[in-house]
Design a protein around this ligand. Structure first.
Ligand code: 0RA
Length: 642
């Protein structure tokens, strides 16, 4: 907000409320937690104050440094916190000292100085002081360099004093703090957390240069973030790994007396909606009024355009919001006085008036953008129409699948080798890659409680195809019918016919691929099955060896190594077990089928979500990105390693 010309700021504007003891007594009230999130909150708080200076038009650069000794330094080139004696303070302390030692002191709460502060995690820089065992404040202002140090959670050491001249012409504030180890579970900052946040702040504040440097031994790194395109650059960045539908990024904004909005958007050829919204620079992951206003207007504008151009005919139904948002990447950034954060994680914007601002702005300015960019507008509408057609086809396919599986017995797929028990709690379904492995599994199972469904691997190779295609797939239909609880919105986890759905595939690339695809399918179309912990992966061992007459199975190389360490005299050979298809009846039973001997991995939602990500990445062309992604995540999910 470049309102620097119209507001004057004096030391007397800073209102004095209360001391810092409450913060140390109940840190969670002020920073959420004393875990990593709370710790990083200290940095955000100081940086937000500097960003406020930037928004007010006085600061162009912020430096964040993680110091060798564990401290954090934030340097800005703003006006500097006021240094004169505070007129309302009987002891004549400096305004800067009051700002750092008084809860809720700061121009933001005084009224006139700041209009729409971003530093409204609400707490102010004094909270950082309260939770640091040491803090050094340096201010360059009026040609002087001022210093004031605090210890033990905000006790000033003397008073603000001039130590010399400010570097020529410089103004600005430097806050260096060392989080109190008595307060925080852990005082190690995580560079990635910091850089990700700084990058987003740079995107949201066009032209502001934010530099990061990590000087901690073994962590040395640095980065510079500056985006002259602001949120337009943000959208380009998000779509960089994808194929955008067209090159242009739509942008529009609107300012009113005490609220403002900026929107940037572009479609990609994918199917995912990726809307990121912010209020005063804070990510609102649960959405809220600003997102509501945007979505409503977007649906409205695109439908109006499609009708006016006769792309949608009179007899055609309107496009739904979800059709239009397929493949959409959008940033909505609003600034407002007194943002209300609601919802489970306090990440949902509650201010009603902002909805109308965003809706009006989008209605008006996106419509203009479409008129001015007919080629792009046409592509967006065509994509939404395709999505609508796919949605209708998907519903038909779902209905068909549901009808096919309506009656048990009659509706069960021919390939399913079912078990005889009708008590789902004790029943298990093995989904087995390939017919030969399916045959062995059938022989090795307990026919009372264990069922086998062989599927042919490659036909599932539709990576993230639209759901209508998936549902026409015979293998998927068999799967849905066998599990017997419907699909997507119709999925009813209380109807599942097996309480263990076990994926049984080889430990090789193909097996990994099919596991990933199946997990993606469960994650997208039967999420409660995953959430309920009903999905498992069987982990057939890699090696076997003989100890006397007994056959020992070893899961992987690590298991083999530790076995050898424990049995230094072991002479017998190790057999490498090949594919499931080549295992004999006994091997298969003893390692993967028999509940008493096998090893199963229960799949978490996070793992299934990761499989979904892997599929998404596989869809793209970016092999490096795929490698990086998988390397970054492979440690927890070995079986997904592709
Ligand atoms: C109160 C009043 C003014 C600026 C600031 C605080 C201020 C705080 C921080 C914290 C980090 N960097 C900061 N920069 C400025 C207004 C001063 C004026 O009117 O000159």
């Amino acid at each position: 907000m470049a309102d620097g010309n119209t507001t004057s700021y004096q030391a007397s504007d800073i209102t004095v409320l209360e001391g810092l003891e409450p913060v140390r007594r109940r840190p969670g009230m002020y920073i959420g937690s004393t875990g990593p999130s709370g710790l990083h909150h200290l940095i955000w708080e100081v940086v937000d104050n500097a960003v406020d200076e930037a928004m007010a038009g006085y600061c162009t650069r912020i430096d964040v440094v993680l110091l060798k000794d564990g401290g954090c330094r934030v340097v800005d080139n703003g006006r500097g916190i006021p240094v004169e004696p505070h007129p309302n303070d009987p002891d004549g302390r400096s305004a800067a000292e009051i700002v750092l030692t008084t809860l809720h002191a700061g121009g933001k709460f005084g009224g006139s100085g700041y209009k729409m502060s971003g530093g409204l995690h609400g707490v102010g820089i004094s909270v950082v002081n309260a939770l640091s065992d040491r803090l050094v404040l340096e201010i360059d202002r009026d040609g002087n360099h001022h210093v004031l140090e605090f210890k033990n959670g905000g006790e000033p050491v003397g008073s603000l004093r001039v130590t010399g001249p400010a570097p020529r012409g410089r103004t600005g504030t430097t806050v260096t703090f060392w989080p109190d180890p008595a307060i925080f579970e852990d005082v190690d900052f995580r560079a990635q957390t910091v850089t990700e946040r700084l990058q987003v702040m740079a995107f949201l504040n066009k032209g502001l240069e934010i530099r990061f440097s990590d000087q901690r031994p073994g962590h040395e790194s640095s980065a510079v973030f500056r985006y002259n395109g602001g949120i337009v650059d943000y959208v380009k960045h998000l779509n960089a790994a994808r194929e955008s539908l067209f090159r242009k990024v739509a942008f529009f904004d609107q300012r009113e007396a005490d609220q403002e909005v900026e929107v940037a958007l572009q479609w990609n050829t994918g199917f995912h909606e990726s809307i990121h919204s912010f209020a005063n620079g804070i990510s609102t992951t649960e959405g809220g009024m600003h997102e509501e206003g945007f979505k409503k207007a977007l649906t409205n504008v695109i439908n109006r355009y499609a009708r006016a151009r006769n792309l949608l005919k009179e007899k055609d139904e309107n496009l739904l919001g979800e059709d239009i948002r397929e493949g959409l990447t959008a940033i909505i950034s609003v600034r407002l006085r007194d943002p209300q954060f609601e919802g489970q994680t306090k990440a949902k914007l509650g201010n009603v008036p902002i909805r109308s601002l965003v809706e009006r702005t989008t209605n008006e300015k996106l419509a203009e953008w479409l008129e001015e960019n007919p080629r792009e507008a046409n592509q967006a509408v065509q994509k939404a129409m395709l999505a609508a057609r796919a949605r209708v086809a998907a519903r038909q396919a779902r209905d068909l699948t549901r009808r096919k599986s309506a009656l048990d017995g009659a509706g069960l797929p021919g390939k399913l080798v079912d078990c005889s028990s009708r008590n789902p709690r004790e029943c298990e379904l093995f989904i087995v890659e390939g017919n030969s492995a399916g045959g062995s599994a059938k022989d090795a199972r307990d026919p009372r409680t264990q069922a086998v469904l062989p599927i042919r691997g490659k036909i599932l190779n539709v990576e993230r195809a639209r759901i209508d295609k998936m549902l026409k797939n015979a293998e998927i239909q068999a799967l849905v019918a066998a599990i017997g609880a419907g699909i997507a919105e119709d999925f009813d986890v209380t109807k599942i016919r097996y309480h263990k759905v076990i994926l049984l595939a080889d430990a090789d690339v193909d097996g990994s691929h099919i596991r990933t695809l199946l997990l993606t399918f469960f994650f997208r179309q039967m999420k409660p099955l995953v959430e309920g912990g009903f999905v498992y992966v069987a982990q057939p061992p890699l090696y076997s060896t003989l100890v006397g007459k007994e056959k020992i199975y070893l899961k992987d190389d690590a298991a083999k190594d530790s076995f050898l360490a424990e049995h230094p005299d072991h002479k017998a050979d190790f057999q490498r077990l090949k594919g499931l298809g080549e295992m004999d009846f006994h091997e298969l039973r003893d390692t993967t089928i028999d509940p008493a001997k096998r090893s199963l991995l229960q799949i978490t939602v996070e793992q299934a979500a990761l499989a979904d990500e892997v599929c998404a990445v596989l869809m793209g062309e970016d092999v490096d990105l795929r490698r990086q992604f998988i390397q970054a995540n492979a440690k927890d999910v070995r079986f997904l390693d592709i």
